[in-house]
Structures are given as C-alpha cells and as structure tokens.
Design a protein around this ligand. Sequence first.
Ligand code: F6P
Length: 362
Amino acid sequence: MAQKKRIGILTSGGDCAGLNAVLRSVVHAGTLAGYEIIGIEDGTAGLLETPHRYQILTPQMMDTTIMRLGGTILGTTNRGNPFNFPMPDGSFKDRSKEITDGIKSLGLEAVIGIGGDGSLAILRKLAQQGGFNLIGIPKTIDNDLGRTELSVGFETAVWTATEALDRLQPTAASHDRVMILEVMGRDAGHIAIQSGIAGGADIILIPEVPYDMDVVAKKIISIREDQGRNFALVIVSEAVKTATGSMVQMEHADGEKRYGGIGHYFADKISKKTGFETRVTILGHVQRGCSPIPADRLIASAFGVRAVELVKQGKFDCMVAWSNRDVIEVPIEEAIESYQAVETDGLLVKTARALGICLGDA
Ligand code: F6P
C-alpha cells in the first residue's frame, strides 16, 4: 500500500492557550483530507536529536479533551535559534541543516508551523534553505504579528487579565488601595489596553504611549479629591517607557535581561507621590498557561482547517490570518515584517480617553 502523504506540524516560541486546539483541528481536517499528521516535538528541537522526536497524531488522540488543554502536547521552545544554536561549551553553531535534513527524512509534503514573528521568521529561513513547503499559523498572546487581526492565545490572555482586574477591584475598594496589575505583551500594549478598558482600569499604560509619572500621580490624586473615591486600578504593560525611553528590565541569574518588574517600580513611585497604599500583581505566565476561552478555540479551529486547505491547494510560504470575520492567507514575509502595535490614534485608545481613562501622557 502506498504511504499516505504527510503533513508535519510543530509549535514554536512561547506557549499560549489554544495551541492544542490548533493541533486537534489540523489532525481532524488533515486526516479527513487523507493525510497523516506528524507532530514534531519541542519546535524544531525535536529534529536536532537522533532518533528524531516526533509523534504520529491520530484523530483518536485528538478528542475534545485536547481542545480544552492549555500548553502544547508537542512541547515548544523560545530558545535555541538553529542558525545560531548555543552549544554546551559556550560557542554557537549553525545547526539549520540538521533540521532541514530531518524534515526531508520524514517525507513531509508541508510543514505547518504555529508561531509568532520570531518563530515564523526562523521557519521561513529554514524552508527557503531546505526547500520544504511551509504554512504559518499565528499565535502569540502579544497579538503583535502583522496582517492578522488576531493570533491564537491573545483573546485568552485578555480574558485572564480582565478577570484579574475584576478580582482586584473589590479588594482595592475594601482596603482603599491602588492596585497595580502588570501584564505581558512585550513591545505591544494590546493586552493592557483591551483588558484595561474591559476591566475598568483608571489608568492604562502601554509601550506605544510614553508615560509621565507625574501625570499618573495627578490622575490618582484627582480620583480621590475630585471623585471622592479611595481606590484605583492601574494596568501596566511590561515594556512601558517614558518619553526619554527609560524602561525597567530585570537581569536574571542566567545573565539575560527580561521584562517583568515595572509594576513594583510604579507602586513605589505612586505611593510616594500620592500617599496611597499600593499593591502589585504581576500576572506573568498565568496569561499563557490556561484553558483557551471559546474565541481562541474557534480561531484555532478555523486556522487549522484553512491551513490544511492550503496544503491541498499547494499554496505555500503563506500564513493564515484572521480578517474581517474570515480566514485569509497572507505571505509570511508580510506578516513578520509588518509589526502590529496598538494604534495611538485608533479606536481603543480613543475609547479609553473618551471614558476618562488616563494613558499616562495627559
Ligand atoms: O511573547 C510572548 C511572551 O509571553 C511575552 O509577552 C513575554 O514578554 C515573553 O513571552 C516571556 O517569555 P518567557 O517565556 O521566555 O518568559
């Protein structure tokens, strides 16, 4: 019997909610279309080992339990660029050929890569070098990939941050405190602006709008003096900056500087400048590791189905994208080159300002 055509699939970069829902969708749609689905483990890292680490993913393995699960059953990594791979002796080596050889040896008609801008850029370079067919599915809680209105994982992160504000509000009100919620998003403030509006924040700080600490303090004082309210909610995106570009990053034991910690910086400044008692919640990876909300399950399902259709149609080097209530395909190159930041004159910023929410600049 002739071997079935094979589609490879991998999850790459930081995990988020909805990755397993994408895998389930590709496995069901792909199997119905007559393909065997090969799940490569830990992003491309599964191909750097001999024997290669992969699983044959069957519809039987992909019942609806999988769709509800956070994380990725294939594993992922946001470390170890194969073109500049860190070796145990501290040197760096180009190991890209091992991966492209691995893909060839698996006899894959196409690889579906689920990733953000960094992962898709690496996969595209590998595809061009190794001559394999690539389709991208966008995922990132940051929602900063260009050419798609939504990426898998973002809606769940917004839901999680909104729920955190819902929980912080009663305790802020009970104790007359300023509650600061620090959220992820790297250089894009989509999580902060969306959950900040939905969760009733008084102040929303995003990287796209440079903040002035005096403006933040003035807003908090006016909440007390003009509105007679003794508590406030502040949501701050991890990579916010002042007009001069000053930002907070923490140096970790591994020598790497990462975001995380700006909330405490704000708490100190706010309590000194306003006299308010402040507390900080850093939401961190809680935004990534949970069961996907319905919106992410739907996007994931539609993306997976469209990706399989693209394989059938032989349309490669493109990424599926959410656009105007539909799934379209766009060139991967355009998606990774057109960064999607929060538009400072866009609907959400205007909405926040019109509601009297302070963005830290005026
Ligand atoms: O890009 C997704 C993201 O969750 C960012 O929002 C955050 O800054 C970063 O990844 C954290 O990465 P790590 O998993 O390496 O801590």
